[in-house]
Design a binder for this molecule. Structure first.
Ligand code: NAD
Length: 477
């Protein structure tokens, strides 16, 4: 019989302290459906204590030099690196991310992020004098203050590191509100922060649900909110920040398109299906779930998709061979199944998957699913499903493909497949989305939300300036 981990504490001012919360949230292993832990649903008093600790730590932290903060961030990267496999496995046990994915986003990516933020802290130019017609001004970049960081459960440690790292590099202190579904990893992160010798109060972690997040946003002691999550929640968060005139960066949902051009190599498309189209069973913001195929190659492209998925093992996410694990919760599975049913009801046709796999009855599994006969007005083409569901739509001209790709309220990610990179780049220039991969290769770290996909930019060291404010001091002669 498995043991249940009971946590009744929060990580505040460098210590694990008893929570004030009366409510608890259960964590269920999505592979087995068994309850594995209970964590606090942090309340306003927990949030208040964490913000107070961050405020107390702020004056000393903001006075450290960039080089000193870089040294702290390198120590944090090193301490995380020691436990990175354990962290990845811990997240997998809670959210069902397959090991191949979790090892990257919850293992290697956080280490890289903390190191990149260290480099950015080293390179910080705090002051510069600019001259214009009116004379000289000393521009001074100062940390915004205490930052509330709210992240979802799907790639939690990578997302967290790419927000916390730049905030610390800028000289801010932080209160993290992680997603309760994966909170055991955040308790382990607190130990890592200790191992790294980060000064108490510089990073605090309050575990809880959306009310905890709302309390963090409302608290007058937070100076900026970095929010990552759904567009619906992002609107509420942005409204609350607007009311308080509090800066916000928000990375939100997506429904991204992959345009397969006429000259694309099918092997390149095949190689992208799992890592870019439905990684983590489609529970990734940048998933390319709208595949746009030239009409004369439509059948070939559908065959490539279905053959790739047929060869991808579904099963225990801890197994290195597994490509598709379960969905995070039974609620998420119900949502995905409702979308699949809506697609069928609206007249689309399932050519692969669409059911619960027979051999995995216990957990929250849904087969990877491919729809054809999809009309662009259908919900499965327009709404973010956040599950392993692909739609394939034919196009007859490149202009039509670009129009289809842009026909979305979202604008998070995208891809263009072509044997001719210059041609693909020309198509990418016309896409209304913030991050575009050509042939699904190479890297663009920036998560850039156009339209309903976000406000501002997140994604690593280039965003340090979004945790700063600029002061101008005149320099009379
Ligand atoms: P969610 O919006 O329900 O929750 C995200 C986080 O916000 C959680 O920690 C949650 O407790 C908190 N929260 C929710 N409502 C809140 C509110 N009103 N006030 C304060 N806090 C609140 O999203 P989710 O289901 O956990 O995650 C999936 C969503 O996140 C998808 O839409 C996905 O596209 C998006 N996402 C975006 C990115 C990106 O970089 N653009 C990355 C990962 C996930």
């Amino acid at each position: 019989m498995s043991t249940v981990t009971e946590r009744d504490d929060q990580y505040i001012a460098g210590r694990f302290v008893p929570t004030h919360a009366s409510r608890r949230i259960s964590i269920v292993d999505p592979t087995t459906g068994e309850r594995i832990a209970s964590v606090p649903d942090g309340d306003g008093a927990d949030v208040h204590d964490a913000v107070a600790a961050a405020r107390e730590a702020l004056p000393a932290w903001r006075e450290t030099s960039g080089a000193e903060r870089a040294a702290h961030l390198r120590a944090l990267a090193d301490a995380f690196d020691v436990r990175r496999d354990e962290m990845a496995a811990l997240v997998t046990a809670q959210n069902g991310s397959p090991a191949w994915f979790s090892n990257v986003v919850n293992g290697r990516a956080p280490v890289r992020s903390y190191r990149e933020s260290a480099d950015a802290a080293d390179a910080l130019e705090v002051e510069e004098v600019v001259e214009d017609q009116g004379g000289a001004t000393l521009l001074r970049r100062e940390p915004l203050g205490v930052v509330g960081v709210i992240v979802p459960w799907n790639a939690p440690q990578g997302l967290l590191a790419s927000r916390v790292g730049p905030a610390l590099a800028a000289g801010c202190t932080v209160v993290v509100k992680p997603s309760p579904e994966v909170a055991l990893a955040d308790y382990a992160l607190a130990e890592i922060l200790d191992d790294a010798g980060l000064p108490p109060g510089v990073v605090n972690i309050v575990v809880g649900g959306r009310e905890t997040g709302a309390a963090l946003i409302r608290h007058p002691g937070t100076d900026k909110i970095s929010f990552t999550g759904s567009t619906a929640a992002g609107r509420d968060v942005a409204a609350a920040c607007g009311q308080a005139l509090k800066p916000i960066s928000a990375e939100l949902g997506g429904k991204s398109a992959a345009i397969v051009l006429r000259d694309a190599e099918l092997e390149t498309v095949a190689a992208a299906v799992v890592p870019q189209c439905i990684p983590n069973s489609g529970q990734v913001c940048y998933s390319l779930t709208r595949i746009l195929a030239p009409v004369e190659r439509f059948a070939d492209i559908v065959n490539v998709l279905t053959a790739t998925l047929a060869a991808a093992p579904v099963g225990d996410p801890a197994d290195a061979e597994t490509i598709f694990g379960p969905l995070v919760t039974d609620r998420q599975r119900a949502r995905v199944e409702e979308y699949i049913a809506s697609g069928v009801a609206e007249g689309a046709r399932v050519v692969f998957g669409g059911r619960r796999p027979d051999e995995h009855r216990a957990g929250w599994f849904v087969e990877p699913t491919v729809f054809v006969d999809v009309d662009p007005t259908m919900r499965i083409f327009r709404e973010e499903i956040f599950g392993p569901v692909l739609t394939v739509v034919p196009y007859d001209s490149e202009d039509a493909a670009i129009d289809l790709a842009n026909d979305s309220t979202y604008g998070l990610s995208g891809a263009v497949f072509s044997a001719d990179v210059e041609h693909a780049t020309a198509v990418a220039r016309r896409l209304q989305t913030g991050r575009i991969l050509l042939n699904a290769r190479g890297a663009t770290r920036l998560m850039a939300g156009y339209k309903d996909s976000g406000l501002g930019r997140e994604g690593g060291a280039v965003t340090v300036s979004s945790y700063q404010q600029v002061k101008g001091i005149s320099q009379p002669r």
